[in-house]
Structure formats: C-alpha cells, structure tokens
Design a protein around this ligand. Structure first.
Ligand code: UD1
Length: 369
C-alpha cells in the first residue's frame, strides 16, 4: 500500500511521528509511507528540529510554499499536492488536524478520488471566525475514514449527519484515541533522559508556569495580546513565579514597542525561541501550570496532569473544561488572573479521556482493513 502523508505546520509533524513509528514498528513490509511537506512552516525551529528529534523519515516531496494570505497559501499547496498525486498511484492520503495544509490535501485528493484518512477528525470549536474551524469542516466532509480522537468528536460528527445510511454519503468514523497521547507517553521518558532545558533555564519542578500564544485572533489584535501579556506580567510579579513563554515567530513579529516595554518591566516573564518537541514535553511535565491558546498544548498539559488556563473564547477539547482541569479565560486580563487563583486552589482530576496510547496502530489497522 502506498500512502501519501501531508504535513506542513509544526503540530502535524509531531502527530505524524506516531503513525510513522507504528508503520516502521509493524507494517513496513506492507505499507510505504511517502511524506510530503508543504513548507507552511519553514523556520528550522518550527520544522526541521522535529524531524531530527522524532525519528520521522525525511519528506520525499517538499513544496516550499511558505507564508502568505490564506487563499494564496492554500492554492499553492493544492496545486503542488495535485501534481504529486498525479505523478504515481497512491492508495490513500493521510491528513492531520486543521491547518491550511490539511485543507489543501483534502481538496486535491478528493478531486482525484484518492481516499482520505483524516486524523483528528470531528473536532469543533463552533467558531467559524477561526481559520482552523473552516479547515476541519471541509476536510471532514471530504474524508473517507474519519479518525476521531475522543467520544465528543464522534458525537459532533453524528450531529452533523456523518452516520447516515445513505450509500454515497456514509463515511466510516472511528474513535481511535489521540495520537498526541501516544506521543506524550512515548517521548516523556526520552525527554527526561536527553534534555537539559530545566537546568539551562534554572527552573525547578513545579516552580514555574509554561505559556504559549500563537492564535491569529490573539497575535493580530494588539489589545488582546496586551491583555494576555499584562496578565502574565502581573501573575509573575504578584505570585513571584517565573513564567516561560516560547514564542511562535508570528507572535514575535506582532510585538509592538508597548508590548516590549510591558514585558521588559518584569524579569520573571522570560521570552524564549520556539522549543523542540522534547524540550516542550519536559517543560510541560514539570510546569506548575500551563497557560495557552494552543489546542495541542492544552491536551499535553492534561496528559501530564497539569492544570491549564485556556486563553481563547472556547475550546474544541471541551472534556478538559468539563473535568475542571482547564478554565477558559479568553484574552481577558481579569479572567486570566482569576483562573490562576482558582486553579491554584482546587484539586483537579485527570481521567483517561484520550485513548490508550495505541491510536496510531489502530489507524494503520483500519486503513489496511
Ligand atoms: C498554523 C495553523 C494552526 C496551527 C499552527 C501551529 C493554519 C490556518 N493555522 O498557524 O492551526 O495551530 O500553525 O503552529 O494553518 N512564521 C514564520 N516561520 C515559520 C512559520 C510561520 O515566521 O516557520 C510566521 C510568518 O510570519 C507567517 C505566520 O507565522 O506569516 C503565520 O504562519 P501560518 O503558517 O500562516 O499560521 P500559524 O500561525 O503558524
């Protein structure tokens, strides 16, 4: 079986590692994985470092698309993926998550009748202002097998009519668990053995907060970004706790002189370059709390039993909030500060909601069957 795996943005490279590992551990005699990198993320610390660390095969195809407006970026990817799909016979295409690379893969493959396997299907924020929500909806509609990571994702698809008996509209929906959970279990030990980031930053276990900000509605609105940064500065100062903030290049580009002035007033808030996956894994495992607008980081906080402040108006990972392991605070100064105080006080529980750590194997078995 010849499969084309499309990746492009940082979290997809990480998710793909789980499936690549499952293929090479048990199926390499019957499945050949051909990796295509769209080039959506191109800085070394947003892309190459993940290949180096996670043991993913180097991409066979690289489109080098780079940044751009959504339509422009996605269109270039569709053209490039189509060309690769036409160059030989593929039995299916694997797409991850909700980025423009996912959308482009779905559009190109569906027009050429190549079966689409969508990993992380069925997630919904029900906020169509998010580009990722549009990408998810389109990719799910065009997919052949939808690999949902949670029961909530399955229920979302049921509500949208994916379980119809209609002969051509019927699709297979499988709750396989979350490939990110597979990865966190696999790489947690490796990170502890190989990384010295805690020593380099002079951080103590449970003695710091890990924060990330990259969503466009936070980075591209100076007032929202200011509210978040002000909350981080005040928590660091008033609680006397170091906060580390590895910065996505998009966020760094959007910092104004006023933002810089705010940050420079509080040395306990430290800005870093983007971290590698192993470094991030270690930092998440040891953090006292996580503050983020990332879907993936929210979940990893949960896997490592760390409470989390979600700096978005809503989340796709509603079970984290339902179990009170995370609080939605949006980009609202007061809500962020209040959420910190609340999470410091309560006892949070972390039941197993994201599968059994074997999602990637189930994905390959189902594709083969
Ligand atoms: C994308 C995904 C998002 C995912 C995120 C993970 C879409 C619509 N969004 O958002 O779902 O959570 O990746 O990181 O696909 N940039 C660089 N170097 C890089 C990459 C990006 O400088 O290697 C900067 C550029 O200024 C670029 C901006 O970041 O214009 C935004 O990059 P883009 O790929 O459009 O979206 P992300 O914010 O990374």
């Amino acid at each position: 079986m010849q499969l084309l795996t499309v990746i492009g943005a940082r979290p997809q490279i990480i998710k793909a590692a789980a499936v690549s590992r499952a293929i090479s551990n048990g199926y390499s005699d019957i499945v050949t994985e051909n990796i295509l990198h769209t080039g959506q993320h191109y800085d070394a610390n947003m892309s190459q470092v993940f290949f180096d660390e996670l043991g993913i095969p180097q991409p066979k195809y690289n489109l080098g698309v780079g940044s751009g407006r959504h339509g422009e970026q996605t269109a270039k990817m569709i053209a490039g993926i189509e060309e690769v799909l036409l160059s030989r016979t593929f039995d299916g295409i694997i797409l991850y998550g909700d980025t423009n690379s996912t959308l482009a893969g779905a559009v190109a493959a569906s027009k050429l009748h190549v079966p689409i396997f969508h990993v992380e299907a069925g997630l919904r924020s029900y906020n169509r202002m998010m580009p990722e929500e549009i990408n998810r909806i389109v990719c799910d509609q065009l997919s052949t097998i939808l690999f949902a990571p949670t029961q909530t994702a399955v229920d979302n698809l049921r509500e949208e009519g994916f379980f119809t008996e209609h002969p051509t509209l019927h699709r297979r929906v499988i709750n396989c668990g979350d490939v990110m959970y597979d990865n966190s279990l696999h790489f947690a030990k490796v990170a502890a053995e190989r990384c010295d980031i805690m020593e380099r930053l002079a951080l103590q276990p449970e003695g710091y907060i890990l924060a990330t900000i990259h969503r466009d509605n936070n980075t591209d609105d100076p007032q929202r970004l200011e509210q978040i940064l002000r909350a981080l500065v005040d928590i660091a100062r008033n609680e006397n706790v170091p906060i580390t903030l590895p910065l996505h290049p998009r966020t760094r580009n959007k910092l104004t002189p006023q933002h810089h002035q705010l940050i420079s007033g509080e040395p306990r808030l430290r800005l870093l370059e983007p971290l590698s996956f192993l470094e991030m894994t270690l930092m998440e495992q040891n953090a006292r709390m996580v503050m983020t607008d990332s879907g993936g980081v929210q979940k990893e906080a949960f896997f490592f039993e760390r409470p989390c402040i979600i700096m978005r108006p809503e989340t796709e990972w509603v079970e984290i909030v339902e179990h009170k392991a995370g609080i939605i605070a949006d980009a609202d100064y007061q809500r962020i500060v209040d959420a910190y105080a609340k999470l410091e006080q309560c006892n949070v529980s972390f039941p197993p909601l994201f599968g059994d750590g074997h999602a990637a194997e189930k994905i390959i078995q189902n594709i083969l069957s």
